[in-house]
Ligand binder design. Sequence first.
Ligand code: AMP
Ligand code: MN
Ligand code: MN
Ligand code: MN
Length: 292
Amino acid sequence: MTTHTPASIFNADLHCHSVVSDGTLTPEELAARAKANGVELWSLTDHDEVGGQHRAMAAARAVGLPYLTGTEISVTFASVTVHIVGLGFDPDHPALVQGLARTRGGRDERAQEMSDQLAAVGIHGAFEGALKYAGNPELISRTHFARYLVETGVCADTYEVFRRFLTEGKPGFVPHRWAKLADAVRWIREAGGVAVIAHPARYDHSPTAEYALFSEFVGHGGQGVEVVTGSHSPDEYVTYADMAQEFGLAASRGSDFHSPDESHTDLGALPNLPGKLTPVWTLLADRIHWPQ
Ligand code: AMP
Ligand code: MN
Ligand code: MN
Ligand code: MN
């Protein structure tokens, strides 16, 4: 019998998206791609959804890939949207399932407003155009609008979309109140999982607000932070490795892969975590689904 231990895992990819949120591949296609890319431990972390977890778990098992359940919860903290990844929870836990359903509510109305703003600058049919890309009608997101703006030739790629549209001060940006930090961390913990601050370098927080985010997160029982992610530069790996140590947080690693056509970082294609850090998956040894 092979003895599996989390400590022997380096190529963990604990952040990506499927058609259940705003990715373009199915959970089964992602499992196969992760395996082919040499990933040793995988998690599917759809935005505000756990609807793909049983499929992902079965697909991971079928290709012989260790699996941790995952999700990425949208939170509003100090007027900024922050993402909290949950790992290793029970995907059927009522507090988590109901909390995520409430967090998804309101996306439809927001999308209508986004579409109205785009119409005001001459871009028509965006709601229907975006909805067509949404594999999950409850999860219409800015990514689906971005795909419509590329399809119609308004922008060359989704990176151009987020420079010209859909972000603060640009047409199609509709501020939204997501979950509270305390609630998101509580849902994850009640379901037996570990909460992780996703891609901290991406937030438009002042240094004071960033410090508040980390300290309140720890106060609520948060235990991890993404250090090596497709959303960070190598300099930022160093910054957040130091922050992890300062706040006593374990470190996570994930590509944030969405699509072969859109994502710069493929599944598993990341540097290792700095050796001085505690990998978050060592806190989750008994939550890993090992293939038999
Ligand atoms: P939403 O949850 O509807 O606000 O959509 C957020 C999603 O849009 C993120 O999860 C990313 O997939 C995508 N996104 C947001 N900002 C950017 C950006 N600057 N560049 C590329 N994708 C982005
Ligand atoms: Mn996304
Ligand atoms: Mn995110
Ligand atoms: Mn993500």
